[in-house]
Design a protein. Structure first.
Length: 150
């Protein structure tokens, strides 16, 4: 049994501070779609909100057949590639990523919370309602989703 809930479509909302005018386009909580899951984070060093990728569905390259080619690619070269990503992709990068179509199996890879700007910044989970990263006033959420993804 997985500890992650299964989502169908993720949603991003506009959050705005009524005091300082700070705006962010984030999910506001843990959210996910078919191919990725995100958690909204507050980077204490950048003083920004981000959607950090915490789970990503990747092709299981070890499960590729040994003796034939897949889509004209040399399978033995693919199998020798590192199959794990070291650091999480940015949210935009994960959304724009093309899936490997001929993979017989996929697996979920999990990542720790990390600032997309710099890996060594201090971050924490941010779940609505929560404070503005600039001035500390509660951020207001726009009622309708700004975008629906994956």
């Amino acid at each position: 049994m997985s500890t992650f809930p299964e989502f169908i479509m993720g949603r991003s909302y506009w959050y705005e501070c009524s005091k300082c005018g700070y705006r962010a386009k984030v999910s506001g909580k843990a959210d996910g779609g078919v191919h990725l899951h995100v958690q909204t984070i507050l980077c204490r060093d950048c003083k920004q909100l981000y959607d950090a990728v915490i789970r990503l569905k990747v092709a299981d390259l070890v499960a590729l057949p040994l003796n034939n080619s897949v889509a004209g690619l040399n399978v033995s070269r693919l199998r020798n590639q590192p199959s794990r990503l070291i650091s999480p992709p940015s949210f935009a990068g994960a959304l724009n990523r093309l899936p490997f179509q001929k993979a017989p199996r996929y697996r979920w890879q999990t990542f720790r919370l990390q600032c997309p700007a710099t890996a060594w910044h201090q971050v924490r989970s941010w779940n609505e309602p929560d404070a503005c990263p600039k001035c500390g006033v509660l951020l207001e959420k726009c009622g309708l989703p700004f975008c629906i993804w994956d």
